[in-house]
Design a protein around this ligand. Structure first.
Ligand code: CMX
Length: 155
């Protein structure tokens, strides 16, 4: 079950300049992390208790984010949806006919993550994330609506 939008990833060329811009825009300070396994350096902006905005600067030319920027320019890279169990989430999505990139969750900065292929999700890369630091929150109202909407039982 999807609990909430965990974060939105935006691909940028220059993390320093974009961090300064987004700090001015959002009025919050960023936390900077090196996500070596994903080949990006991230600036994370926590927006209250809900979603984060993460700016992603590629680490080297072989990074998937570098390829993305080269092909499509800077901009929305992915939307991450929080789940209780990433492996169960990936299996559930595969069962619904969605093309998955990862058969199993892998280690990300904030927990276990797995991706769904943008070719099967209207051109948007979706990430499922099982946060390490589970807040045990109730799903947000929009997540309740989303789950109802995609449920096979809806009328
Ligand atoms: N959003 C939407 N479409 C995307 C995309 C993205 N982020 N990345 C690639 N695509 C599109 C490409 O434009 C291309 O479309 P066309 O065939 O119409 O040209 C298609 O997907 C295939 O792209 P590709 O360049 O041939 O394939 P890649 O080798 O780039 O692989 C993808 C694409 C999505 C499978 C790969 O980027 C991937 O595995 N991503 C998941 C991991 C990841 O993105 N990690 C980065 C950091 C994440 C984090 O910090 O949390």
């Amino acid at each position: 079950m999807i609990k909430r939008v965990h974060h939105i990833g935006i691909a940028v060329k220059n993390l320093k300049e974009s961090t300064a811009l987004f700090e001015k825009l959002l009025g919050v300070k960023a936390e900077i992390h090196a996500a070596t396994s994903q080949r990006v350096t991230e600036a994370c902006f926590r927006l209250g208790d809900e979603a984060e905005i993460d700016l992603l600067e590629p680490m080297g030319e072989d990074s998937t984010v570098a390829k993305f920027i080269e092909k499509r320019g800077e901009g929305l890279h992915h939307i991450a949806l929080e789940v209780d169990d990433v492996n169960a989430g990936l299996k559930e999505m595969e069962g619904k006919g969605i093309q998955i990139i990862d058969k199993e969750g892998r280690e990300g900065v904030a927990g276990q993550i797995g991706f769904l292929h943008p070719k099967s999700t209207n051109g948007v890369l979706l990430e499922l994330i099982e946060p390490r630091d589970k807040k045990d929150k109730k799903p947000s109202q929009s997540a309740v609506f989303f789950n109802k909407f995609v449920s096979k039982d809806r009328d």
